[in-house]
Design a protein around this ligand. Structure first.
Ligand code: CAA
Length: 348
């Protein structure tokens, strides 16, 4: 019976020294019986959710996701769906608990919608393990994806810890939306194995995986990452390591401009969103999307762009700053540009 890895005897610099009282959902998942993992996945998961293709350049048995926020939880979910043992780590017990609950809720909703069977949910759940020690999460992982908040020093610290504990062959991805992959990679002794793996929210539904190569990312790492994307049912694009990459730069500028228009009274939030939905066929308007992504996340990306390009026009609009300062981050906090407190979108 498998309980937990013992490959790591030393505590990570980031390990949660002060969180001995893990909530029940985490304790239960730490003790989940994983058994011998089915490395070939079920036929279902290969057909509908990706799954390891025959030509995968490297074999993934264990994935570790570092950070159980919106993005980390989504990434861990699809890794578990791909049939990999998936270790989800967060430094904060409540963050880990929330991440696990989010994944379970998605799977449960899938059952209600008739998209997921109870057997699938059970099988995917058995692949997913919540872990509160970083070393333990990564020490047997073939693939490690970091999804901690968008602060370069934090990411560098996390990568240094991963580098210390992870197997030499492991593929190391960062889900940063725009920070320098080269700078992140430089905090490890294996920069050639580090690559940007930028996913999109909601991760289980969005088809894109933006791969970002820095100057020393090697070809094998790119090849492995493309195969990982395929296994996860994503289409990959390959982008140079420039601030904001190909996606965030355009996305946040549109969102910031929409907020400026709202603050200037050009139109209501709903009308600005409807303009882009119906006039440009965007699936979602830029204001609603900002609330979905998280206003704090968008604010951080804009500040990073302003600093990186030395261009103040990227700075977040004061209205965005004010909402973040008030703790109104969008959907996840119940209020943002819209009021989500009833569960539905409402103008404020
Ligand atoms: N389980 C299984 N399937 C589910 C599901 C669940 N829990 N929830 C939804 N689905 C399925 C639905 O059944 C539906 O499937 P079909 O197409 O086969 O019918 C599909 O997923 C879409 O679901 P909905 O009908 O509920 O939702 P929708 O059609 O309104 O689309 C959306 C929702 C995908 C979020 C869409 O509005 C969209 O694409 N919005 C834009 C999102 C976007 O731009 N994201 C990127 C943000 S930027 C970012 O993330 C990067 C960053 O750096 C911050």
């Amino acid at each position: 019976m498998f309980l937990a890895n013992d490959c790591s005897k030393q505590r990570s610099p980031l390990s949660a020294e002060n969180n001995p009282d893990l909530p029940p959902i985490i304790r239960e998942n730490r003790l989940i019986f994983v058994g011998i993992l089915d490395r070939y996945q079920t036929e279902f998961s290969q057909n509908r959710y990706g799954g390891q293709p025959d030509g995968l350049a490297m074999e993934i048995r264990t994935a570790a996701v570092i950070g159980a926020g919106t993005m980390g939880a989504g990434i861990a979910q699809i890794c578990a769906q791909a049939g990999w043992r998936t270790n989800l780590y967060d430094a904060f017990p409540e963050g880990l608990e929330r991440g696990m609950a989010t994944i379970n809720a998605f799977w449960q909703k899938g059952i209600v919608r008739g998209k997921t069977t109870t057997e699938e949910k059970k099988s995917w759940s058995s692949n997913l393990v919540a872990i509160s020690e970083l070393n333990e999460a990564v020490c047997e992982a073939d693939l490690i994806i970091e999804a901690v908040p968008e602060r370069i020093e934090l990411k560098r610290e996390v990568f240094a810890s991963i580098d210390y504990a992870a197997p030499a062959h492991a593929l190391l991805g960062s889900n940063t939306s725009g920070l320098s992959i080269g700078e992140i990679a430089a905090s490890t002794n294996r920069p050639e194995r580090v690559i940007g793996m930028h996913f999109f929210n909601p991760v289980p539904l969005m088809k894109l995986l933006e791969l970002v190569r820095h100057d020393s990312t090697d070809e094998k790492t790119i090849e492995d990452s493309r195969a990982v994307g395929e296994s996860l049912g994503k289409t990959t694009i390959l982008v140079k390591d420039v601030p904001g990459f190909a996606t965030s730069r355009l996305g946040v500028v549109l969102g910031n401009e929409a907020i400026r228009m709202l603050a200037d009274g050009v139109a209501s939030a709903t009308d600005i969103d409807t303009a882009m939905r119906l006039g440009y066929r965007h699936p979602m308007g830029p204001l609603e999307l900002s609330d979905l992504v998280g206003l704090d996340v968008r604010r951080d990306i804009l500040n990073n762009l302003a600093t990186a390009f030395e261009d103040e026009s990227y700075r977040p609009h004061p209205m965005l700053e004010a909402l973040v300062k008030a703790g109104e981050f969008g959907r996840k906090s119940g209020k943002g540009i819209y009021d989500w407190s009833s569960g539905e979108k409402a103008e404020r």
